[in-house]
Design a protein around this ligand. Structure first.
Ligand code: EPZ
Length: 435
Protein backbone atom coordinates (compact mmCIF):
# COMPACT_ATOMS: atom_id res chain seq x y z
CA UNK A 1 0.00 0.00 0.00
CA UNK A 2 1.42 3.43 -0.95
CA UNK A 3 0.91 6.11 1.68
CA UNK A 4 0.82 9.82 0.87
CA UNK A 5 3.34 10.38 3.62
CA UNK A 6 5.86 7.80 2.43
CA UNK A 7 8.18 6.93 5.31
CA UNK A 8 8.27 10.40 6.87
CA UNK A 9 8.02 10.72 10.64
CA UNK A 10 6.94 14.33 11.10
CA UNK A 11 4.76 17.08 9.68
CA UNK A 12 5.98 20.68 9.50
CA UNK A 13 3.72 23.67 8.91
CA UNK A 14 3.75 27.46 9.03
CA UNK A 15 0.58 28.87 10.56
CA UNK A 16 -1.30 32.00 9.58
CA UNK A 17 -2.65 30.98 6.18
CA UNK A 18 -6.40 31.03 5.69
CA UNK A 19 -7.68 27.79 4.13
CA UNK A 20 -9.47 28.05 0.79
CA UNK A 21 -10.56 25.60 -1.87
CA UNK A 22 -12.00 22.11 -2.09
CA UNK A 23 -10.94 18.82 -0.55
CA UNK A 24 -12.11 15.31 -1.42
CA UNK A 25 -12.95 13.26 1.68
CA UNK A 26 -11.31 9.82 1.83
CA UNK A 27 -13.05 6.51 2.54
CA UNK A 28 -13.96 5.84 6.15
CA UNK A 29 -11.44 3.95 8.32
CA UNK A 30 -14.12 2.93 10.80
CA UNK A 31 -16.49 1.74 8.08
CA UNK A 32 -13.81 -0.15 6.14
CA UNK A 33 -12.27 -2.09 9.05
CA UNK A 34 -15.39 -4.09 10.05
CA UNK A 35 -16.27 -4.64 6.37
CA UNK A 36 -12.82 -6.14 5.77
CA UNK A 37 -13.41 -8.37 8.79
CA UNK A 38 -16.87 -9.31 7.43
CA UNK A 39 -15.30 -10.54 4.16
CA UNK A 40 -13.96 -13.53 6.15
CA UNK A 41 -17.56 -14.80 6.34
CA UNK A 42 -17.89 -14.86 2.53
CA UNK A 43 -16.45 -17.87 0.60
CA UNK A 44 -16.04 -15.77 -2.52
CA UNK A 45 -14.27 -12.69 -3.85
CA UNK A 46 -15.37 -9.22 -2.70
CA UNK A 47 -14.36 -5.97 -4.36
CA UNK A 48 -14.15 -3.03 -1.96
CA UNK A 49 -13.89 0.44 -3.50
CA UNK A 50 -12.77 3.75 -1.94
CA UNK A 51 -10.77 1.92 0.74
CA UNK A 52 -8.51 4.45 2.49
CA UNK A 53 -4.74 3.87 2.19
CA UNK A 54 -3.96 3.99 5.91
CA UNK A 55 -1.91 1.78 8.19
CA UNK A 56 -4.88 0.39 10.12
CA UNK A 57 -6.26 -1.02 6.87
CA UNK A 58 -2.84 -2.49 6.12
CA UNK A 59 -2.87 -4.13 9.55
CA UNK A 60 -6.37 -5.59 9.05
CA UNK A 61 -5.25 -6.81 5.61
CA UNK A 62 -2.34 -8.68 7.20
CA UNK A 63 -4.73 -10.26 9.70
CA UNK A 64 -7.01 -11.40 6.86
CA UNK A 65 -4.05 -12.88 5.00
CA UNK A 66 -3.04 -14.76 8.16
CA UNK A 67 -6.44 -16.55 8.10
CA UNK A 68 -5.90 -17.67 4.50
CA UNK A 69 -7.69 -14.91 2.61
CA UNK A 70 -6.05 -13.67 -0.58
CA UNK A 71 -5.86 -9.88 -1.02
CA UNK A 72 -5.03 -7.79 -4.06
CA UNK A 73 -4.73 -3.99 -3.98
CA UNK A 74 -5.53 -1.95 -7.07
CA UNK A 75 -5.12 1.74 -6.06
CA UNK A 76 -8.01 2.35 -3.62
CA UNK A 77 -9.80 -0.86 -4.61
CA UNK A 78 -9.17 -3.96 -2.55
CA UNK A 79 -10.01 -7.46 -3.79
CA UNK A 80 -10.46 -10.03 -1.02
CA UNK A 81 -10.94 -13.71 -1.80
CA UNK A 82 -11.92 -15.54 1.40
CA UNK A 83 -12.87 -18.84 -0.22
CA UNK A 84 -10.20 -20.73 1.69
CA UNK A 85 -10.20 -19.55 5.30
CA UNK A 86 -8.29 -22.11 7.34
CA UNK A 87 -6.45 -20.42 10.21
CA UNK A 88 -8.32 -19.26 13.32
CA UNK A 89 -5.26 -18.14 15.33
CA UNK A 90 -4.58 -14.44 14.83
CA UNK A 91 -0.95 -13.20 15.02
CA UNK A 92 -0.36 -11.15 18.16
CA UNK A 93 1.82 -8.57 16.40
CA UNK A 94 -1.12 -7.32 14.32
CA UNK A 95 -3.76 -7.72 17.04
CA UNK A 96 -1.76 -5.64 19.53
CA UNK A 97 -1.17 -2.98 16.86
CA UNK A 98 -4.86 -2.35 16.34
CA UNK A 99 -7.70 -2.81 18.78
CA UNK A 100 -10.38 -3.13 16.14
CA UNK A 101 -8.88 -6.50 15.19
CA UNK A 102 -11.20 -7.81 17.89
CA UNK A 103 -14.16 -7.76 15.46
CA UNK A 104 -12.50 -10.64 13.62
CA UNK A 105 -13.68 -12.80 16.51
CA UNK A 106 -17.30 -12.68 15.35
CA UNK A 107 -16.37 -13.26 11.72
CA UNK A 108 -14.11 -16.26 12.44
CA UNK A 109 -16.63 -17.79 14.84
CA UNK A 110 -19.28 -17.37 12.15
CA UNK A 111 -17.11 -18.88 9.44
CA UNK A 112 -14.99 -21.61 11.11
CA UNK A 113 -16.42 -21.78 14.65
CA UNK A 114 -13.20 -20.94 16.48
CA UNK A 115 -10.80 -18.05 17.12
CA UNK A 116 -7.66 -17.56 19.19
CA UNK A 117 -6.67 -13.94 19.70
CA UNK A 118 -4.62 -11.85 22.06
CA UNK A 119 -6.42 -9.40 24.27
CA UNK A 120 -6.27 -6.16 22.28
CA UNK A 121 -4.59 -3.94 24.89
CA UNK A 122 -5.89 -0.58 26.05
CA UNK A 123 -4.48 2.62 24.66
CA UNK A 124 -3.97 6.24 25.67
CA UNK A 125 -7.64 7.14 25.20
CA UNK A 126 -8.84 4.68 27.80
CA UNK A 127 -8.94 1.14 29.15
CA UNK A 128 -11.18 -0.07 26.32
CA UNK A 129 -12.34 -3.40 27.75
CA UNK A 130 -14.09 -5.94 25.50
CA UNK A 131 -16.57 -7.35 28.02
CA UNK A 132 -19.54 -6.34 25.83
CA UNK A 133 -17.99 -8.10 22.82
CA UNK A 134 -17.64 -11.32 24.85
CA UNK A 135 -21.15 -10.85 26.27
CA UNK A 136 -22.66 -10.80 22.77
CA UNK A 137 -20.65 -13.78 21.53
CA UNK A 138 -21.44 -15.86 24.62
CA UNK A 139 -25.15 -15.08 24.27
CA UNK A 140 -24.92 -16.59 20.78
CA UNK A 141 -23.49 -19.78 22.27
CA UNK A 142 -19.74 -19.29 21.98
CA UNK A 143 -17.64 -20.85 24.74
CA UNK A 144 -14.90 -18.43 25.73
CA UNK A 145 -11.73 -19.12 27.73
CA UNK A 146 -9.47 -16.24 28.69
CA UNK A 147 -6.12 -16.10 30.44
CA UNK A 148 -4.14 -12.96 31.19
CA UNK A 149 -3.55 -12.04 27.59
CA UNK A 150 -5.27 -14.52 25.24
CA UNK A 151 -8.86 -15.31 24.38
CA UNK A 152 -9.95 -18.65 22.93
CA UNK A 153 -13.52 -18.79 21.62
CA UNK A 154 -15.23 -21.86 20.23
CA UNK A 155 -18.74 -22.59 19.00
CA UNK A 156 -20.07 -25.91 17.80
CA UNK A 157 -23.05 -24.01 16.56
CA UNK A 158 -24.06 -20.38 17.08
CA UNK A 159 -27.73 -19.97 17.92
CA UNK A 160 -29.85 -16.86 17.40
CA UNK A 161 -31.15 -15.16 20.54
CA UNK A 162 -32.06 -11.75 21.94
CA UNK A 163 -29.12 -9.62 23.07
CA UNK A 164 -29.68 -6.36 24.94
CA UNK A 165 -26.58 -4.19 25.28
CA UNK A 166 -26.34 -2.08 28.47
CA UNK A 167 -24.26 0.36 26.42
CA UNK A 168 -24.40 0.75 22.60
CA UNK A 169 -20.78 -0.24 21.96
CA UNK A 170 -19.85 0.14 18.26
CA UNK A 171 -17.35 -2.71 18.19
CA UNK A 172 -19.43 -5.06 20.33
CA UNK A 173 -22.44 -4.44 18.06
CA UNK A 174 -20.34 -5.16 14.96
CA UNK A 175 -18.80 -8.28 16.50
CA UNK A 176 -22.21 -9.64 17.47
CA UNK A 177 -23.67 -8.93 14.03
CA UNK A 178 -20.78 -10.79 12.37
CA UNK A 179 -21.31 -13.85 14.57
CA UNK A 180 -25.12 -13.75 14.14
CA UNK A 181 -25.12 -13.65 10.31
CA UNK A 182 -24.60 -17.44 10.06
CA UNK A 183 -26.10 -18.42 13.43
CA UNK A 184 -29.04 -20.85 13.43
CA UNK A 185 -32.31 -18.93 13.88
CA UNK A 186 -32.98 -15.28 14.50
CA UNK A 187 -31.01 -12.81 16.61
CA UNK A 188 -32.49 -9.59 17.92
CA UNK A 189 -30.01 -6.96 19.10
CA UNK A 190 -31.47 -4.30 21.38
CA UNK A 191 -29.68 -1.01 22.13
CA UNK A 192 -27.25 -1.57 19.27
CA UNK A 193 -24.79 1.19 18.39
CA UNK A 194 -26.44 3.54 15.89
CA UNK A 195 -23.19 4.77 14.27
CA UNK A 196 -23.15 4.81 10.42
CA UNK A 197 -20.27 2.32 10.61
CA UNK A 198 -22.79 -0.21 11.94
CA UNK A 199 -25.51 0.43 9.34
CA UNK A 200 -23.05 0.36 6.43
CA UNK A 201 -21.69 -2.99 7.70
CA UNK A 202 -25.24 -4.37 7.66
CA UNK A 203 -25.77 -2.95 4.17
CA UNK A 204 -22.59 -4.66 2.93
CA UNK A 205 -23.61 -7.98 4.50
CA UNK A 206 -27.13 -7.83 3.06
CA UNK A 207 -25.71 -7.20 -0.41
CA UNK A 208 -23.57 -10.33 0.15
CA UNK A 209 -26.64 -12.43 0.96
CA UNK A 210 -27.15 -11.92 4.69
CA UNK A 211 -30.63 -11.23 6.08
CA UNK A 212 -30.39 -8.24 8.43
CA UNK A 213 -33.32 -5.93 9.17
CA UNK A 214 -32.84 -2.37 10.42
CA UNK A 215 -36.03 -0.34 10.78
CA UNK A 216 -36.55 3.25 9.60
CA UNK A 217 -36.68 4.16 13.31
CA UNK A 218 -33.29 2.55 14.04
CA UNK A 219 -31.86 5.71 15.64
CA UNK A 220 -34.76 5.70 18.11
CA UNK A 221 -34.97 1.95 18.73
CA UNK A 222 -31.40 0.67 18.28
CA UNK A 223 -32.98 -2.62 17.18
CA UNK A 224 -31.37 -4.95 14.64
CA UNK A 225 -32.89 -8.29 13.57
CA UNK A 226 -30.62 -10.88 11.96
CA UNK A 227 -32.01 -14.05 10.37
CA UNK A 228 -29.20 -16.59 10.18
CA UNK A 229 -28.16 -17.96 6.77
CA UNK A 230 -25.73 -20.70 5.71
CA UNK A 231 -22.17 -19.64 4.82
CA UNK A 232 -22.88 -21.06 1.35
CA UNK A 233 -25.67 -18.49 0.95
CA UNK A 234 -23.12 -15.67 1.17
CA UNK A 235 -21.56 -14.48 -2.08
CA UNK A 236 -19.02 -11.94 -3.31
CA UNK A 237 -20.09 -8.32 -3.69
CA UNK A 238 -18.66 -5.08 -5.01
CA UNK A 239 -19.08 -2.37 -2.40
CA UNK A 240 -18.07 1.29 -2.04
CA UNK A 241 -16.78 2.36 1.36
CA UNK A 242 -18.63 5.45 2.65
CA UNK A 243 -16.71 8.72 3.19
CA UNK A 244 -15.02 9.32 6.52
CA UNK A 245 -17.15 11.62 8.69
CA UNK A 246 -14.31 12.14 11.17
CA UNK A 247 -11.81 13.20 8.50
CA UNK A 248 -14.46 15.60 7.12
CA UNK A 249 -15.05 17.01 10.60
CA UNK A 250 -11.30 17.35 11.17
CA UNK A 251 -10.94 19.60 8.12
CA UNK A 252 -14.03 21.57 9.10
CA UNK A 253 -12.42 22.42 12.46
CA UNK A 254 -9.14 23.18 10.69
CA UNK A 255 -10.99 25.84 8.66
CA UNK A 256 -12.65 27.24 11.80
CA UNK A 257 -9.28 27.45 13.54
CA UNK A 258 -7.22 28.91 10.70
CA UNK A 259 -10.07 30.85 9.13
CA UNK A 260 -11.08 30.56 5.52
CA UNK A 261 -13.63 29.22 3.10
CA UNK A 262 -13.50 25.55 2.11
CA UNK A 263 -15.74 22.97 0.49
CA UNK A 264 -15.74 19.35 1.64
CA UNK A 265 -16.44 17.17 -1.43
CA UNK A 266 -17.80 13.64 -1.18
CA UNK A 267 -18.70 14.42 2.44
CA UNK A 268 -21.23 12.35 4.40
CA UNK A 269 -23.52 15.33 4.96
CA UNK A 270 -26.26 13.44 6.80
CA UNK A 271 -23.77 12.04 9.33
CA UNK A 272 -22.38 15.44 10.34
CA UNK A 273 -25.48 17.30 11.46
CA UNK A 274 -24.33 17.70 15.08
CA UNK A 275 -20.91 18.92 13.91
CA UNK A 276 -22.29 21.42 11.38
CA UNK A 277 -24.79 22.71 13.96
CA UNK A 278 -21.94 23.37 16.40
CA UNK A 279 -19.87 25.11 13.70
CA UNK A 280 -22.80 27.44 13.00
CA UNK A 281 -23.18 28.20 16.72
CA UNK A 282 -19.46 29.12 16.71
CA UNK A 283 -20.09 31.69 13.97
CA UNK A 284 -19.23 29.83 10.77
CA UNK A 285 -21.47 29.87 7.70
CA UNK A 286 -22.09 26.19 6.88
CA UNK A 287 -24.07 25.24 3.79
CA UNK A 288 -24.58 21.55 3.19
CA UNK A 289 -26.01 19.90 0.10
CA UNK A 290 -26.88 16.26 0.77
CA UNK A 291 -27.63 15.61 -2.91
CA UNK A 292 -24.17 16.83 -3.91
CA UNK A 293 -22.43 15.34 -0.86
CA UNK A 294 -20.92 18.76 -0.25
CA UNK A 295 -20.40 20.89 2.83
CA UNK A 296 -19.26 24.51 2.34
CA UNK A 297 -17.71 26.10 5.43
CA UNK A 298 -16.97 29.83 5.59
CA UNK A 299 -15.68 31.81 8.51
CA UNK A 300 -16.00 35.56 8.67
CA UNK A 301 -13.09 36.92 6.61
CA UNK A 302 -10.94 37.92 9.56
CA UNK A 303 -13.02 37.20 12.61
CA UNK A 304 -12.23 34.51 15.12
CA UNK A 305 -14.83 31.87 15.90
CA UNK A 306 -16.73 32.17 19.17
CA UNK A 307 -16.69 29.33 21.67
CA UNK A 308 -20.02 27.96 22.90
CA UNK A 309 -20.16 27.39 26.66
CA UNK A 310 -20.51 23.60 26.78
CA UNK A 311 -20.20 20.61 24.47
CA UNK A 312 -20.48 16.96 25.44
CA UNK A 313 -19.56 13.96 23.32
CA UNK A 314 -22.05 11.15 22.97
CA UNK A 315 -23.14 8.16 20.95
CA UNK A 316 -24.40 8.76 17.41
CA UNK A 317 -26.00 11.06 16.36
CA UNK A 318 -24.66 13.23 19.18
CA UNK A 319 -21.32 15.07 18.88
CA UNK A 320 -18.70 12.37 18.10
CA UNK A 321 -15.91 11.63 20.57
CA UNK A 322 -13.46 11.33 17.66
CA UNK A 323 -13.89 15.06 16.96
CA UNK A 324 -13.44 16.12 20.57
CA UNK A 325 -9.71 16.80 20.19
CA UNK A 326 -10.08 18.61 16.82
CA UNK A 327 -12.79 20.80 18.41
CA UNK A 328 -10.53 21.46 21.42
CA UNK A 329 -7.70 22.63 19.16
CA UNK A 330 -10.04 24.98 17.30
CA UNK A 331 -11.50 26.26 20.59
CA UNK A 332 -8.00 27.23 21.79
CA UNK A 333 -7.97 30.12 19.30
CA UNK A 334 -11.69 30.96 19.39
CA UNK A 335 -13.13 33.77 21.50
CA UNK A 336 -14.54 32.95 24.89
CA UNK A 337 -14.62 29.82 27.04
CA UNK A 338 -15.71 26.26 26.40
CA UNK A 339 -16.13 23.25 28.68
CA UNK A 340 -16.04 19.86 26.97
CA UNK A 341 -17.38 16.72 28.64
CA UNK A 342 -15.97 13.48 27.20
CA UNK A 343 -18.68 10.89 27.89
CA UNK A 344 -17.36 8.00 25.81
CA UNK A 345 -13.73 7.35 26.71
CA UNK A 346 -12.04 7.55 30.08
CA UNK A 347 -8.84 9.31 29.10
CA UNK A 348 -9.10 11.34 25.93
CA UNK A 349 -7.32 14.59 26.88
CA UNK A 350 -3.72 13.51 26.23
CA UNK A 351 -3.35 16.23 23.59
CA UNK A 352 -3.89 18.99 26.20
CA UNK A 353 -0.26 18.91 27.38
CA UNK A 354 1.04 19.64 23.87
CA UNK A 355 -1.57 22.33 23.17
CA UNK A 356 -0.60 24.08 26.42
CA UNK A 357 3.03 24.01 25.28
CA UNK A 358 1.83 25.98 22.22
CA UNK A 359 0.31 28.61 24.53
CA UNK A 360 -3.23 27.28 24.88
CA UNK A 361 -5.14 28.11 28.07
CA UNK A 362 -6.68 24.76 29.00
CA UNK A 363 -7.46 23.22 32.37
CA UNK A 364 -8.24 19.51 32.74
CA UNK A 365 -10.95 19.51 35.42
CA UNK A 366 -11.06 15.69 35.73
CA UNK A 367 -10.81 12.69 33.37
CA UNK A 368 -14.17 13.63 31.90
CA UNK A 369 -14.04 17.42 31.67
CA UNK A 370 -11.72 20.02 30.21
CA UNK A 371 -12.11 23.82 30.23
CA UNK A 372 -10.52 26.03 27.56
CA UNK A 373 -10.22 29.82 27.33
CA UNK A 374 -9.56 31.02 23.81
CA UNK A 375 -6.34 33.01 23.27
CA UNK A 376 -5.43 35.49 20.54
CA UNK A 377 -2.78 33.22 19.13
CA UNK A 378 -0.88 30.00 19.68
CA UNK A 379 2.85 29.84 19.16
CA UNK A 380 4.32 27.30 16.79
CA UNK A 381 6.73 24.78 18.28
CA UNK A 382 7.70 21.10 18.09
CA UNK A 383 4.98 18.89 19.55
CA UNK A 384 4.41 15.14 19.83
CA UNK A 385 1.39 13.20 18.58
CA UNK A 386 0.33 10.65 21.22
CA UNK A 387 -2.69 9.11 19.48
CA UNK A 388 -4.65 9.43 16.26
CA UNK A 389 -7.18 12.22 16.80
CA UNK A 390 -4.94 14.13 19.18
CA UNK A 391 -2.31 14.13 16.47
CA UNK A 392 -4.79 15.59 13.98
CA UNK A 393 -5.70 18.21 16.60
CA UNK A 394 -2.05 19.30 16.80
CA UNK A 395 -2.05 19.85 13.03
CA UNK A 396 -5.17 22.03 13.40
CA UNK A 397 -3.43 23.99 16.16
CA UNK A 398 -0.28 24.40 14.05
CA UNK A 399 -2.26 25.83 11.13
CA UNK A 400 -3.76 28.45 13.47
CA UNK A 401 -0.51 29.18 15.32
CA UNK A 402 2.04 31.90 14.65
CA UNK A 403 5.29 30.56 13.24
CA UNK A 404 6.45 27.02 12.54
CA UNK A 405 4.98 23.90 14.16
CA UNK A 406 6.45 20.44 13.78
CA UNK A 407 4.33 17.45 14.79
CA UNK A 408 6.41 14.32 15.39
CA UNK A 409 5.37 10.68 15.83
CA UNK A 410 2.93 11.02 12.95
CA UNK A 411 2.60 7.25 12.68
CA UNK A 412 -0.48 7.74 14.85
CA UNK A 413 -1.95 10.16 12.29
CA UNK A 414 -1.20 7.81 9.38
CA UNK A 415 -3.42 5.20 11.06
CA UNK A 416 -6.51 7.15 10.03
CA UNK A 417 -5.61 9.98 7.64
CA UNK A 418 -4.65 8.90 4.13
CA UNK A 419 -2.79 12.12 3.33
CA UNK A 420 -3.54 14.92 5.80
CA UNK A 421 -0.68 17.01 4.39
CA UNK A 422 -1.78 16.64 0.77
CA UNK A 423 -5.37 17.41 1.70
CA UNK A 424 -4.47 20.55 3.66
CA UNK A 425 -1.85 21.68 1.15
CA UNK A 426 -4.64 21.55 -1.45
CA UNK A 427 -6.51 24.03 0.78
CA UNK A 428 -3.60 26.46 0.76
CA UNK A 429 -1.85 25.40 3.97
CA UNK A 430 1.92 25.78 4.09
CA UNK A 431 2.54 22.21 5.28
CA UNK A 432 4.75 19.27 4.37
CA UNK A 433 5.99 15.88 5.54
CA UNK A 434 9.54 15.94 6.88
CA UNK A 435 11.86 13.11 7.90
C1 EPZ B 1 -15.14 2.68 17.67
O1 EPZ B 1 -14.35 2.19 18.75
C2 EPZ B 1 -14.20 3.50 16.82
N1 EPZ B 1 -13.13 2.66 16.31
C3 EPZ B 1 -13.61 4.64 17.66
O2 EPZ B 1 -12.80 5.43 16.80
C4 EPZ B 1 -14.76 5.49 18.18
O3 EPZ B 1 -14.24 6.50 19.01
C5 EPZ B 1 -15.73 4.62 18.99
O4 EPZ B 1 -16.19 3.53 18.16
C6 EPZ B 1 -16.94 5.40 19.47
O5 EPZ B 1 -17.62 5.95 18.39
C7 EPZ B 1 -13.37 1.89 15.23
O6 EPZ B 1 -14.47 1.86 14.69
C8 EPZ B 1 -12.21 1.09 14.72
P1 EPZ B 1 -17.03 1.47 21.65
P2 EPZ B 1 -14.95 1.06 19.74
O7 EPZ B 1 -16.98 0.01 21.79
O8 EPZ B 1 -15.77 0.10 18.97
C9 EPZ B 1 -16.50 1.08 26.34
C10 EPZ B 1 -10.86 6.53 16.09
O9 EPZ B 1 -10.27 7.53 16.51
N2 EPZ B 1 -16.59 -0.36 26.09
O10 EPZ B 1 -18.30 2.12 21.21
O11 EPZ B 1 -13.83 0.52 20.54
C11 EPZ B 1 -15.18 1.64 25.82
O12 EPZ B 1 -14.18 1.47 26.81
C12 EPZ B 1 -11.38 5.49 17.04
O13 EPZ B 1 -11.09 6.30 14.86
C13 EPZ B 1 -16.71 -1.23 27.17
O14 EPZ B 1 -16.72 -0.81 28.33
O15 EPZ B 1 -15.88 1.97 20.66
C14 EPZ B 1 -15.50 3.09 25.57
O16 EPZ B 1 -15.39 3.79 26.79
C15 EPZ B 1 -11.05 5.81 18.50
N3 EPZ B 1 -16.77 -2.55 26.94
C16 EPZ B 1 -16.96 3.05 25.13
O17 EPZ B 1 -17.48 1.78 25.55
C17 EPZ B 1 -16.75 -3.06 25.67
O18 EPZ B 1 -16.83 -4.30 25.52
C18 EPZ B 1 -17.15 3.18 23.63
O19 EPZ B 1 -16.51 2.09 23.03
C19 EPZ B 1 -16.63 -2.17 24.59
C20 EPZ B 1 -16.56 -0.83 24.81
Amino acid sequence: MAYGSGGSSAICMEGGNRLTGTVQIQGSKNAALPILAASVLIPDECVLKNVPCITDIDCMGNLLKSTGAVLDWQEHTLLIDAENIREYRLPARYVSAMRSSVVLMGALLGRVGEVLVDYPGGCVIGKRPIDLHLFGLEKLGAQIWTDKNRIHAYADELKGTTISFPFPSVGATQNTILAAVTARGTTVIQNAAREPEVTTLCDFLNKAGARIEIGYDFIATGKIVIHGVEVSALHGVTYEIIPDRIVAGTYLFAALGAGGSITLENAPVGQLRSVCALARRMGAVVESDEGQNQIAVRTDKYGRMKNVAFVETGVYPEFPTDLQSPLLACACVSEGELTIEERIFSSRFKVVEELVRMGADIEVLNNKRVHVRGVERLLGRSVIAKELRGGAALVIAGLAAEGITTVTDIGFIKRGYQDIVGDLKGLGARISYVD
